[in-house]
Write a protein of this length. Structure first.
Ligand SMILES: Nc1ncnc2c1ncn2[C@@H]1O[C@H](COP(=O)(O)OP(=O)(O)OP(=O)(O)O)[C@@H](O)[C@H]1O
Length: 460
């Protein structure tokens, strides 16, 4: 086992000579073996060690005992130990995060503090080859991004240096063997047994089958993960270069030229969307998934020239003809004007739809979201646009045209929505309908004909 790990460290340049390594030690077999391994090899690598342990205060007395266990283990070997108790339950209450995510947040913040205190270059963690199998399979089954399918990275930037995982090349069985050979009696975390965590179900049901097929399955999955990471890094770089020509970003807003974007090869389109989302979110929310990337791609491809997609945390994807804008900005001042054919479905920048239909009898539809016109009286084509200064409409049942601005006020349309509200006019420039608000005098009065145009305003 030792040689395999040495080769792996060498291959990925996981440890630089003369540096300090913080080892995250939970007290379980994996991280205890890692600490012991690096301690026994510290002359070979010329490294200083600091063990870092976090009691997440989730398992009462038992997790406190884990902390004393790690401290004692380090004392016996003169290893510096930084141990702390962090109140994860309170953090969960404050943030509403899940237990695993919350514990991880707290732990990683502590690792950064320890790193900075000791000017360390590395945080070494005890993830191993079986963790890798579980992670890759779980992501394939649940769906993830291309970067996600690559699984757990061997080395990634973190704080003032890197997180490294020297044990990804070996599996649980080899670690247990190492523990036995070196007389290491690790602590036992009962939450690893429960089948109510997805990971544990993969561990208990899928892994034994794979190991039976091939005892070295972890090596192959690790190779797959490394190949995926390399391919991904290359394609991401390529995407970044291409994006420079089709997108521009300013003040938390990205604008892309749709035609040029869609002329990029498909694998770059997908990564392009991912990069834009990474850039805008900074920390991509967990509610964002590959489904959103697919949605955005479909949205760019479809026939309709306009519309809005709503993504988590208030991010909007707005399509306006040949341009698509990704933005968190609330106020969209942009005016619009669209031709509105019959029949057609128009998706408006406010996310609502306008649907037109030609029917052969008078439809008895009610409310301000529907309007019916006599097809022989209406001058086509229709247009849908935002309001203009001085707009007036002949309101049904009123003698004089009424100012559109007055109608908005009387109908209590929120001021913030008026600039984006659709107004429908005929080919003569007469306003024939304010969808969802008011009908005009141009609506059909004779109900015995056989050609009517029905317009429907479908709110989100
Ligand atoms: N409470 C903790 N304090 C410090 N480091 C931790 C802690 N929990 C996990 N780690 C680090 O993160 C790695 C992965 O954690 P994970 O919870 O997936 O595994 P684990 O079951 O805790 O592994 P181990 O056998 O090391 O206990 C651990 O191997 C260890 O390096």
């Amino acid at each position: 086992m030792l040689e395999v790990v040495h080769e792996f460290i060498e291959k990925h340049q996981l440890l630089e000579r003369g540096t300090t390594v913080v080892v995250g030690v939970s007290g379980g077999p994996d991280s205890l073996a890692l600490l012991h391994f690096l301690w026994s090899q510290k002359e070979r690598y010329d490294i200083q060690l600091v063990a870092a342990h976090v009691d997440h205060m989730l398992r009462g007395k038992q997790s406190e005992e884990d902390m004393y266990f790690v401290k004692h283990f380090c004392e016996q070997r003169s290893i510096i130990c930084e141990a702390t108790q962090l109140n994860v339950p309170v953090y969960i209450e404050q943030t509403g995060k899940g237990v695993q995510e919350a514990a991880r947040d707290c732990r990683y913040t502590f690792f950064k503090q320890v790193m900075s205190k000791y000017h360390a270059h590395y945080v070494a963690l005890g993830h191993h080859g079986d963790d890798q199998i579980e992670t890759v399979l779980m992501r394939l089954v649940r769906g993830s991004t291309t970067r996600g399918y690559a699984g757990i990275p061997v080395k990634r930037p973190f704080g003032s240096g890197y997180i490294v995982r020297p044990f990804l090349c070996i599996d649980r069985r080899q670690i247990e063997q190492y523990c036995r050979q070196n007389g290491l009696h690790a602590r036992h975390d009962p939450s690893n047994e429960k089948d109510d965590y997805t990971r544990n179900r993969f561990r208990h049901f899928v892994l034994p089958f794979l190991k039976k097929e091939n005892i070295r399955a972890h090596e192959h999955i690790q190779q797959f993960s490394e190949m995926m990471s390399e391919d991904e890094a290359f394609l991401e770089q390529l995407t970044k270069e291409k994006l420079k020509h089709v997108a521009d970003q300013k003040e938390g807003c990205v604008r892309i030229d749709i035609l040029s974007f869609m002329s990029m090869p498909k694998p770059l389109q997908r990564r392009g969307i991912q990069l834009i989302l990474n850039y805008l979110y900074g920390n991509v929310p967990s509610s964002l998934s590959s489904i959103h990337i697919n949605q955005a791609l479909q949205f760019l491809k479809r026939q309709h020239p306009s519309g809005v997609l709503h993504f988590p945390n208030g991010l909007k994807v707005i399509r306006q003809y040949e341009v698509c804008i990704f933005t968190f900005q609330q106020e969209q001042t942009s005016e619009y004007e669209f031709l509105f054919h019959v029949p057609d479905t128009l998706i408006l920048p406010n996310g609502c739809q306008l649907i037109s239909q030609l029917v052969d009898h008078y439809p008895f539809v009610e409310g301000d979201d529907y309007v019916v016109f006599d097809a022989d009286q209406l001058r086509l084509p229709l247009r849908v646009r935002t309001r203009n200064h001085g707009d007036r409409m002949k309101v049904k049942g009123m003698e004089h045209p009424k100012k559109v601005s007055r109608i908005f006020i009387d109908e209590k349309i929120p001021a913030s929505e008026r600039a984006q509200w659709p107004i429908v006019e005929d080919a003569n420039g007469n306003i024939i309908w304010i969808p969802g608000v008011k009908k005009s005098a141009y609506t059909a009065t004779n109900i015995t004909k056989n050609r009517y145009i029905v317009l429907h305003y479908k709110k989100q």
